[in-house]
Design a protein around this ligand. Sequence first.
Ligand SMILES: [Zn+2]
Length: 201
Amino acid sequence: MAAPSALVLKCPHCGEVVPHRVLRGKIGGKDEIVFEGVVRCSKCDTVSNIVTREPKPITVPLVVSWLERSEKTSLEFSPDEDVSVGEEFDLGDTRIVITAIEAEGRRVDAAKAKAIATLWAKRIDQVRVKFSVNKGNRTVPHEVVAAPDEEFEVGEIVDLGRDRAVVHHIRTRHRTMREGRVRADEIVRMYGRVVRERTSR
Ligand SMILES: [Zn+2]
């Protein structure tokens, strides 16, 4: 593992907890992350030899409910980090909130990461639905921001600000829909065309 270019440390000389430039050093350790090296304090410029140790992050199993299914994944924590129900985390591109914690065989409201057997969470993020809109002789890509459980329907008219467009068909991971409705977070892309508004016919 490469050493970082800077570390926030307590300076052995001036006692301030400030960024230190790493002049040289290495990272090692089996059960802990150990940094050994030479650093310069950004406050007093003193060069010191230091050794720091911090616990390696642990991986906690996580079940994220999404649509009518659940997905097994995991989150990394520092072993002594407190985790509680209601806390929010980023998981890849999505945002989740912890809904339940199982630690030492029972449901708890909070626990240290190292004591947790399983975390449960649900997605709370917004999704960006890709919408290819045909405008006469060209196709323009749009994105529609929606809640994950918001539904779109073939034939529906979607407001795109300046334009409005009718949904022709919807592609999901598994199929192409030419009728019916589907949740925003299942949509890979929608296709449609701009609707010309007429005040009279
Ligand atoms: Zn210093």
